[in-house]
Design a protein around this ligand. Structure first.
Ligand code: ACM
Length: 633
């Protein structure tokens, strides 16, 4: 509400003068994420009220669905039930969803034009997806409480007049959720997809299987979900999860029935999100092998994995075993039917090949086929699997390990161990999705490990925002787009999955949707912060870690083996206050002036906090100097 007031004050202060028409100030009052191609403010207000109708002249089924979805969503906070009609009278207030009869080349399949006038809102697009994205932008022009879960009585549902032209930079804008390491309910998956769609993501990569749990019902293979979906329960830090004990009951887990899958697929379709199902083979297959031990080389019985492997276990499918292929055929036949998208992800990452080396059947296969090493054996596996996937009418995607030993002829590569795999694949004329750990792994710490819940490595919001999916020298036509990945070893519940996703998911949304030259970090921060009240209203958890101080040890060249401390903030405009005497700093303590600090003799820790405009904003970090010293190495 406050934000809305701010908009009005700004507008009355700058009544559309030439000065106001400067790009940055213009758009900073329309806090849209991801940043549209063009935003042109106009005079006046469209007041949304109960009499407004939604006009769908084309009676296109998907556009009608979009209209009904919008009407239903906004009925909760506003109490209005906007009628969806085929035509409105000239003087009636309406939101018109218009499919172009002559396609606009610039807008493509997902672009839209949104024009808000005092009595009309027109959204024009070539395809229903564009209409949907226009509606998402329109939602962001409404006050943040439009996301509220209950009715709001004291709100003016005003939409400022504007003209927006918008289309995406990339056709692949994905988020991946790992539901194997921890299980997430059907309702949560829907909510996750809903939230993604608001920021114009269009791919939900569903990591459905791994060593820690098999999460999809496959008819005729009951052990997959009776055995494979359950592991011994553990709480606390994943790092110290104890392996399953002999005889221990496997009570943690769950899976999605085929009815659940169909429901989620339909839910996603309504939001123009395609689901990319992943069945990770030949490695990461312990849940499958726990259910059907005949599929591995050793054929040893294993429980579904709980924590880290202490010794190497045989979690890899035997390539030479006919049962493996019968199983894969059954699984992928059903996956291909359940998921309407054109792609299936087959994993392929981190497959340990040591058991193939020792297994007579695999060795015989290698000899027969002239395969020189186990990397080539994995390549043989991937190529055979690609034929299977193609025979089901789908295209195959794999993690970049599928490049090793020779890439399957039509495979798309998801580059995660940096950009190199993607670069290589694109140079061979293959499609690529860029999702390097360095910029896209949402499971990593987003702030200082001293105050964040346990995770591994660090990926700050700004590093997400800096991501450039098209490396120099690569033909952009091979880069389908990019993706953020949320692995869930350390993500034990749904609120925490949200916390890890947002706002970094906003930064990546902008990387994948917005034009490269429209990216602007300080301005993004402004628009990103405007989303936070929307998350609050929608009851979605998010991280505020970007307000933290970044504490970096630096070697003191003047004094042997000594350390100084450098303080920074990720976002501009914050003041840092610090203490070395273990007390809690506030704005009356020492203010950091940008110079690295000499550590006073006897100090045990540095305590830091950020303020903005005289108000505390960042979480206080109490950093033991011992910890900092270790980080210097
Ligand atoms: C991966 O992170 N193992 C794809």
């Amino acid at each position: 509400m406050k934000l809305h007031l701010f908009v009005l004050i700004l507008l009355s202060a700058f009544p559309f003068s030439g000065a106001f028409a400067q790009p940055v100030s213009q758009q900073s009052i329309f806090n849209i994420v991801p940043q549209p191609v063009k935003v042109q403010p106009a005079r006046g207000i469209f007041k949304l009220n109960a009499t407004v109708k939604i006009e769908v002249p084309s009676s296109d089924k998907e556009v009608l669905e979009t209209a009904r979805l919008f009407s239903k969503e906004i009925s909760i906070p506003t109490g209005y039930h906007l009628e969806v009609v085929g035509a409105v009278a000239k003087n009636e207030k309406a939101i018109c969803l218009i499919l172009n009869t002559i396609p606009d080349d610039v807008l493509g399949k997902e672009g839209y034009m949104l024009e808000v006038n005092p009595t009309r809102i027109n959204i024009r697009a070539n395809k229903p997806a564009g209409i949907f994205y226009g509606m998402q932008t329109l939602m962001q022009l409404l006050p943040p409480v439009i996301e509220n879960k209950t009715k709001i009585t004291h709100e003016n549902w005003n939409i400022h007049c504007v003209s927006i032209m918008d289309y995406p930079r990339f056709g692949w804008r994905g988020l991946m959720l790992d539901v194997s390491r921890h299980f997430f309910s059907k309702e949560f998956v829907k909510e996750y997809i809903d939230q993604m769609a608001k920021y114009k993501y269009n791919i939900f990569h569903w990591h459905l299987t791994d060593d820690n749990g098999w999460r999809i019902e496959i008819k005729g293979l009951p052990r997959l979900t009776e055995i494979g979906a359950w592991r011994a329960p553990r709480t606390g830090n994943y790092r110290s999860f104890k392996v399953a004990q002999p005889g221990e009951k496997a009570t943690y887990g769950g899976y999605y029935t085929q009815e659940d899958i169909k429901e989620i697929v339909k839910y996603a379709q309504k939001r123009f999100v395609t689901i990319l199902p992943e069945v990770d083979v030949p490695g990461h297959s312990l849940a499958l092998i726990a259910a059907y031990p005949n599929l591995s080389c050793t054929q040893l019985p294993y429980p579904v994995r709980v924590g880290r492997f202490k010794v190497k276990v045989d979690n890899v499918l035997c390539v030479a075993n006919d049962s493996t292929w019968l199983m894969l055929d059954k699984i992928f036949t059903q996956i291909a039917t359940l998921f309407p998208g054109q792609y299936i992800h087959v994993g392929g990452d981190e497959a340990y090949t040591g058991f193939w080396d020792k297994h007579s059947k695999d060795q015989a296969l290698m000899k027969r086929e002239g395969i020189e090493n186990t990397k080539e054996l994995q390549s043989y596996f991937e190529k055979k699997l690609e034929s299977l996937i193609i025979s089901k009418g789908k295209k195959m995607i794999g993690w970049d390990e599928i490049l090793e030993g020779g890439l399957a002829p039509e495979a798309t590569v998801m580059s995660w161990r940096g950009m190199q795999g993607g670069i290589e694949a694109s140079k061979m004329g293959h499609h690529v999705i860029m999702t390097p750990g360095s910029n896209c792994y949402l499971n990593e710490y987003q702030g200082d490990a001293v105050v964040e819940p346990p995770a591994e490595a660090t990926l700050r919001l700004s590093t997400c925002y800096e991501f450039e999916p098209v490396p120099d020298g690569v033909d952009s036509k091979f880069i389908l787009g990019g993706q953020g990945n949320l692995w869930t070893e350390f993500v034990a519940n749904e609120r925490h999955a949200e916390y890890m996703t947002w706002p970094r998911g906003l930064a990546l949304a902008e990387v994948f949707w917005s034009q490269k030259d429209r990216r602007n970090w300080p301005e993004f921060i402004h628009r990103m912060e405007a989303q936070l009240p929307r998350f609050d209203a929608a009851q979605i958890k998010y991280a505020r870690s970007f307000y933290q101080v970044i504490i970096t040890p630096v070697k003191d060249d003047m004094v042997n083996d000594s350390m100084r401390v450098q303080l920074d903030t990720e976002i501009p405009g914050l003041d840092i206050y610090y203490t070395f005497d273990n007390s809690n700093p506030d704005q009356f303590y020492q203010k950091y002036n940008g110079q690295s600090l000499i550590i006073p003799a006897g100090a045990e820790q540095i305590n830091v906090v950020t303020y903005r405009g005289g108000k505390p904003i960042g979480e206080q970090i109490n950093m033991p100097l011992e910890v900092l010293k270790k980080r210097m190495k």
